[in-house]
Design a protein around this ligand. Sequence first.
Ligand SMILES: *Cc1c(COP(=O)(O)O)cnc(C)c1O
Length: 232
Amino acid sequence: MSIADNLTHIRARIAAAARRAGREPADVRLVAVSKTKPAEAVDEAARAGQLIFGENYVQEFTAKAGAVSEPVEWHFIGGLQSNKVKYLAGLVAMIHSVDRLSLAEEIDRQWGRVGAVCDVLVQVNIAGEETKSGTSSSALVELVRRVAALPNLRVKGLMTMPPFFDDPEGARPYFRELKRLAGIVAAEVIPNVAMDELSMGMSGDFEAAVEEGATLVRVGTAVFGEREYRRQ
Ligand SMILES: *Cc1c(COP(=O)(O)O)cnc(C)c1O
């Protein structure tokens, strides 16, 4: 199947999952995760109507962003070292992976330098897996409070990556928990914080994520095919 066919199929599955949950399909945005894929694949997806692309690796992203010719919106979704934030400033519309104050402070500094404001999601490591980034659920509210106090950032919601399960139903409790945590943060009514976005769900489990309230699903393999290598 072509990238365009894959996108058509995924959009239909997102819409069906949204309707099953009594949600509007338009309230769910697809982030096509293009890591390890060439600029040509991004352009092909963009010509098939895809707007938002997600990238994980700074160097790969900056090279690709310069080579893509279609107008697209970039989201950074991967683990991020503070010393690389300067390469992203002004180029990405949203960072999904803010998991510590020092990273947020550097984003604030670098976006301030280019005179812009960065939309961010706070990543939560709900299962407490050592191999994954993300703040603990117990530290979440305090982190959001401190991130939201930075002038060049806007906290738009939360992101999570559940443990891997073969069965997408295994991930569902983690999606439900992220939504519950967003409710807890929202109830704190912190200035500069909107819990509008829940970034959750990947190729294997995005329908369960949409049923549980995802507004951004990050789908790579199902759009572009298998990745040939995985840099971690
Ligand atoms: C790679 C990646 C995805 C996409 O994974 P697929 O299984 O290929 O859909 C989503 N989110 C993050 C954070 C990723 O690193």
